[in-house]
Design a protein around this ligand. Structure first.
Ligand SMILES: [Zn+2]
Length: 306
């Protein structure tokens, strides 16, 4: 089926108290592993293109991989930009056919984040495409962050309400204790803070850096507004694990495909496990996940009047 936007997919997740997995992909085997898992689990899925993926594969190439996979799959798939760096990149992705955008102004001063997010939202909504924004900062483990820094960068619930009202963003990435690129699941989320944000902000909330979060904590967060969970590091680890296993089992092999199928399979298993944990398995019904409401008003057919 064709790509869908993340608007209704995340709204359904929020209302149904489950989360949709947003998985990062850089190459064909990763895309196929993720989509294969979604088809087997009957789960809606978001495939996202990171800044690293854009540098590695190129924007158009990465988008084409996801579009091709979506055309062949019978589950709803979103093509999402992860951590969009500026207004211009969001416009380029809009043109390239992305069905969900993100502008990450979390490192900028608050007013600048509000201003640029608002511009991205304005242009994306003209095309019926939703926008994720970020407030507070989800830091990166490779930058050697301390616990104090993680706490200081957390999202303020009152500011979140002001931000969402002023920008009109469709979903919000919140900093509640997770850190990007952690190699082990050790972090616990600040659930009280999440509850306070969820009480004020009624849109779907997004958890970044989930590979470093304990699974019990992730499951709890889904009950308080987390409707999209990003998974990247864990998939990279799965890819490498599969490759190492293949090289051990088939040391004399000279056909890369015989090794890469191990990686693809390993990714598929990790994604299936996450989909069950997030509660999005089985959410695609026989009649399809997406209702006619999904079509944005801007692209609905009008009456036959002058
Ligand atoms: Zn992130």
């Amino acid at each position: 089926m064709a790509l869908v936007t993340s608007k209704e997919m995340l709204q359904a997740a929020l209302e149904g108290h489950y989360a949709v997995g947003a998985f990062n992909a850089n190459n064909m085997e990763q895309v196929q592993g993720i989509v294969g898992a979604a088809v087997e689990e009957r789960a809606p899925v978001i495939l996202q293109v990171s800044q690293g993926a854009i540098r590695y594969a190129g924007l158009e190439f990465a988008a084409a991989l996801v579009k091709t996979a979506a055309a062949e799959a019978d589950v709803p798939i979103v093509l999402h930009l992860d951590h969009g760096t500026d207004f211009e990149q969001n416009v380029r992705c809009l043109r390239a056919g992305f069905t969900s955008l993100m502008y990450d102004g979390s490192k900028r001063p608050y007013e600048e984040n509000v201003a640029i997010t608002s511009r991205v939202v304005e242009i994306a909504h003209i095309c019926g495409i939703p926008v994720e924004a970020e407030l507070g900062q989800v830091l990166k483990a490779s930058d050697g962050v301390t616990e104090e820094e993680v706490i200081a960068a957390m999202t303020d619930p009152d500011q979140a309400l002001d931000f969402v009202q002023r920008t009109g963003c469709d979903s919000l990435a919140v900093a509640i204790g997770s850190v990007h690129a952690m190699k082990e699941a050790q972090a616990e989320l600040d659930i009280e803070r999440l509850k306070a944000i969820h009480a004020k902000v009624k849109i779907p909330l997004v958890l970044h850096g989930s590979s470093g979060v304990k699974e019990e904590s992730e499951a709890e967060a889904i009950q308080y507004g987390i409707a999209k969970i990003n998974v990247a590091t864990m998939l990279n680890q799965a890819f490498v694990r599969g490759l190492k296993k293949a090289m051990e089992e088939l040391p004399d092999n000279v056909d890369p495909r015989k090794w890469l199928v191990y990686s693809r399979e390993e990714i598929k298993e990790v994604v299936r496990h996450k989909m069950r944990l997030f509660g999005c398995s089985g959410k695609v019904t026989a009649s399809g996940f997406v209702s006619p409401k999904t079509v944005h008003p801007a692209v609905k057919l009008g009456d036959a009047e002058e």
